[in-house]
Design a protein around this ligand. Sequence first.
Ligand code: HEC
Length: 108
Amino acid sequence: MLKMIAPVGIVTALVAANLLSGFQKGDAAKGKETFEQCAVCHNTDSTEKKMGPGLKGLFKHEKLSNGKPVNEANVRAIINTGGNGMPAYESILSDEEKDNIIAYLKTL
Ligand code: HEC
């Protein structure tokens, strides 16, 4: 009987931990506001190019246009360093604002 219950407990704990870290890791609604400064160059409702690529479904894609896999670290690196026409936001945005933007990008 215990063998049956233990895995359920572990899964519940993992789900709870995920939810908690999800809540701490940035606020998509705030990210949307911060993203206004990015929206001059990026569409969010399509993948159509403005100045930069449209970001709809970004986190559902496999790769970024630089060939790297789409994940938080690589998207954050692009935001920080920019390049090829994209400004570097390393010192313009706080870590929290970047977390919020990434949370927002995940909803697109
Ligand atoms: C002045 C225009 C401009 C602004 C403002 C801008 N970007 Fe970009 N962005 C670009 C361009 C151009 C590229 C493509 C760079 C390349 O091809 O290497 C790009 C690429 C990206 C990519 C990679 C997309 C992909 O599929 O590879 C992400 C993510 C991104 N920008 C996010 C942001 C975020 C978040 C902001 C605001 C904090 C922002 N950008 C502001 C021009 C801009």
